[in-house]
Design a protein around this ligand. Structure first.
Ligand SMILES: [Zn+2]
Length: 120
């Protein structure tokens, strides 16, 4: 399962960051997931929940997913268009030659953490 491996990497990165920030708990993690990244949001959320239940600092953390539309830029006429079902055909000039503008990303955008307030 593809999403499990991805969730594992995210959890590890978040845990490392939480330790670095001296966080008591991670409340939420916001991700940017492109439509063309091949990641199924529900599967990712499911895997994330399973993995965070085993990581004390991450227990109960919410996963927020911002979906990024798949868009491309035509190399011939320079128009930007939405790619539907991976068909990157320019609707203006019917040219297949295009560059992906967005939609393939997977990034951690934001972490909401609770800090350890005891300065003992
Ligand atoms: Zn075009």
């Amino acid at each position: 399962m593809h999403e499990l491996a991805i969730a594992q990497s995210i959890v590890e990165a978040v845990e490392a960051k939480a330790v670095e920030c001296n966080a008591a708990r991670v409340k939420s993690v916001r991700l940017k997931v492109g439509e063309a990244s091949g990641i199924v949001g529900d599967s990712l959320a499911f895997s994330f929940e399973m993995l965070t239940s085993m990581a004390p600092v991450l227990t109960g953390a919410h996963l927020l997913i911002d979906s990024v539309p798949h868009r491309a830029l035509c190399r011939r006429c320079d128009s930007e268009f939405a790619v539907v079902n991976y068909v990157a055909l320019c609707p203006t000039c019917q040219e297949w030659s295009s560059e992906v503008v967005s939609g393939t990303e997977l990034q951690i955008m934001e972490l909401e953490i609770e800090r350890n307030d005891n300065h003992a």
